[in-house]
Design a binder for this molecule. Sequence first.
Ligand code: Z15
Length: 800
Amino acid sequence: MKVTKKEFKEKFEKRLQDRFAISIEDASSTELYETLGKVIKSYYSSDWKHTRQDYLNHEQKQVYYFSIEFLPGRMLKSNLLNLGMLEMVQEALVEWNIDLEDLVQEEPDMALGNGGLGRLASCFMDSLASIGMPGNGNGIRYEYGLFKQKFVDGYQVELPDEWLNQRNIWEVRRESKAVDVHFGGNVYLKESPTGQLKPVYEGGYSIKAIPYDTGMTGYENDTVNTMRLWSAEVTEEDKINFQNFEDRKELENLTSVLYPDDSNEAGLRFRLSQEYFFVSAGMQSILHYYKSLGLPMTEMNKFIAIHINDTHPAMCVPELMRLLVDEEGMAWEKAWDVTTKVMSYTNHTIMSEALEKWKISLMKEVCPRIYQIIKEIDRRFVEEWSHVFDPELIERTRIIRNKQVHMAHLAIIGTHSINGVAKLHSDLLKSVVLKDFYTIYPDRFNNKTNGIAQRRWSQISNPLLSSTLDKYIGKSWRKNADDLKLLLNHADDKKVYADLAKVKKENKKRLAQYIKETKGIEVSPDAIFDVQVKRLHAYKRQLMNLMHIIKLYLDIKENPDLDITPRVFIFGAKAAPSYHFAKSVIKLINETANLINNDASINGKLKVVFLENYNVSLAELIIPAADVSEQISLASKEASGTSNMKFMLNGAVTMATLDGANIEIRDVVGDDNIKIFGLTEAEVYRYYNEQNYNSADIYNNNPVIHRVVNAFIDGTIPNSRMEGQEIYDSLIKYNDEFFILRDFMSYCEAQESLDADYKDKARWGKMSLTNIAHAGHFSADNTVRKYAEDIWQIEPVRKG
Ligand code: Z15
């Protein structure tokens, strides 16, 4: 799209006048933001229509990505960039004395997700559109996104995220596409005149599902895909039918709030209702669409692919069976054949507490027909395989076991493809976690290493780096991230190192300013910015990072002349509200920060900053300013990680365990350009098998570790007696579940080696440059292309 500045300005002024009857000088930032949003939308609305028509006219196979979370963050700049209007609009606004950044701040950060899983879904949405693939999102329009985090006296406090209070300018409500979703009641099967068994429903409730569509613009390719989020509404007429107040309240609020647990399942009925709600609404609307094409039902898999992002949408399988068998009258075997060909599933974790299981009794209450269908799938699974494999293996792989429905089992049995999100993770699925399933269905298993929306994590968040790259390697990398490799032509050029260092310093100043404003802490942009930002979780080992900080603090106290490069340790992390341990770690980091930041005797060599309310927008500010990226999970526990890729793209050096995608980062940058430490996954498993890990032994025999661990209980860290004791107990009394003590010395050594590298400007310059140059490997454009080829069998129709 080519829009001139003049055209844009005229349109903008007219919109502003039509909507608010004011001129530019009189408009507030809010009014300007809203107007700009409307103008942008008007520029892509015809592309949006044409994209949809194109897919329809070509009877193009489309993928529907079902995810209970989407985490797009702000969309203003991303849309401007994709439409090729970012610079022009920036300039136009400047001519009116308006800073685009002020308008950006007006947009609420759309936070309908917890962390990696939801952000991945949004990166995929961006990439699908940008490579011209027919891809749709399907999820929930939560009225409240992930809670806002504040610290009070060092403790996390959660506040509601009322993001819809300001109007969401990007969404379009599509009343005419509403569908009903049925909950509860009883279902029994009755023979119809034709001899078929038909379900008869008795009681229960119907909830209206209203779709809100958001345009997903592609990068400079006139493609606009759709993310469809469903909202629950109860009509006046429905209200009369509710038998009790509790049911009514529950269903009315079905889409009001996102569950704030990341990688942990509470097993609550309300959550199950949310899952069935967006699954059923999405599947019904897909089926409407497919029927409008007038094609045979049995060929659905040639036109539709449905992707199940983690197990939350696994009920897509029985729901499609319900629609095909109950509503369309298809024979079970045929319906099953189509269903498994249509469906595919991504697993995001091997942590058992995150693997969803639902009580049979609960599922019977919430969606009785779905439960019946699952039971039948389970029965047929046993029937099909019990003569082929060891009966015990079949017993272990059944969907229904111990009065529970195992959602991962359903997702594997009901799909033709199951993938992990990094090589190691996918291997562990085959060899450990889903070994039994791999025995039954070896061909279904594959790997798709995660990727990131390269443009957001460079061009939008780091414009200075972007223009520096343009200067040396041209602009092709902006579309094709693999071209970042051209930077390797300058791998030994000190001038380039210096330019990259200058960019980094500017970004550090920008972050330092924010730290000063929000936390009142003064940090020097000449210090190393060492960053760990991600959800707070024991396996991610923020605690080990804290212990390293405590060690450095004690070292400096003991030897004030210690020769270390000044460091600023930066944290960003939300803890699930019910996750007690995680909250204790937050409190301890905050108290340690207070202690260190106010201790003049350490001469500003260390600073600790815990930024509040880490979210996508804050990530865009923090990541470009990082020198060091902390990716220190216990090997085997982090399925992939994706911030590791964002940091690398922005020239940070990774401090890494051999876990998740860190391994693949090491493979592309080489051992010299990453700091690897700690146990390997094989060593971790050896401890499990031999059951001989003993943290107390390490504590008793290593004086350094002894001293650091004691800091939690001997009053070194003030105002945290209880929390300190809990942490101490987790490490010593409960045998240190994530082997922090085992990895600690190795971590400290890697940190020392990193300090030495940082002192050597050329050495550091090369490391940083090499990381940027190889970051294209992790572009979600590439990842999504592989999904399209191997799993979905879809092709671009629009120019990619
Ligand atoms: C989540 O964010 C992830 C896994 C989960 O099982 C849930 Cl419930 C939420 C994360 C992984 O922890 C992370 O390693 C991965 O990069 C991300 O999903 C995207 O695949």
